[in-house]
Design a protein around this ligand. Sequence first.
Ligand code: SF4
Ligand code: SF4
Length: 267
Amino acid sequence: MDNKLNTKIKELFAKGEITLAIGYEKGTKGVRPFFCRKEEDVDRMVFSNDYLPNLAVYLTKKELVAGEKVAVACTISALRSIAFLFRENQIGQDQFKILHLSPNDEYMVFLKPMDIDVYIDHIPSVPSEKDKKIIDMLDAMTPKERWAWWSAQFSKCIKCYACRAACPMCYCTRCIVDNNRPQWIEPWAAPLSNMEWQISRVMHLAGRCVGCGACGEACPEGIPVHLLNRKLLGNIEEDFGVKAGAAPKNGVVLNTFNPDDKENFIR
Ligand code: SF4
Ligand code: SF4
């Protein structure tokens, strides 16, 4: 499909500046990731800022990107994720060509990771209409009702970890749930260990989740796991004044230790 993004990717291939372009192509159901290695295949690439999965997830996959010169077609959510991966030293400043088509398809931008914060600063992260309905329903519940609702959702979890695999911010080489010496969380699906897994996931992503929704989209059981993360995003904005994916002024929220903190429990 012809668009400003594809024109740029073709130009990069023609000049030998890239060997791999990561984007989207049409699949049997919606869109799917496309790993393009030839200029003549670029026309298969499609783009919209609503697309999932979040392609930033591939940038930390050494088996895919090591030794390659990579361009990646980024949605706003992917840009937010890349800004975080850069801040957390997971990707280098010159490693990737970060391309983005503006939400109205009018202009294409070509960013360095360090410049993304400025570009996304004025773009709010808003939930979809479908998500808003669930959020409103949950907000209207008592804490006891909410606990029962989430417990019922998590009882469907089969511990496939598709949510983890879809998340650009879940890049640990060994996840806490895979650790068996000591084993923190039982590996089989059961009410208690499912709850432990979900709470661990949410807490590890608190202040780092960019609200892309890729984890919920990936869940084969239809559990809206991304909404728990979104709830925390709201809390973090309220309590610390930090928006989803935005650059925190004083270190990453909940990942930064200040010896002058008043909380005695962390001393
Ligand atoms: S936790 Fe879910 S919504 Fe948040 S960044 Fe990861 S995939 Fe996106
Ligand atoms: S994708 Fe869904 S079923 Fe799989 S581990 Fe995550 S929450 Fe559980």
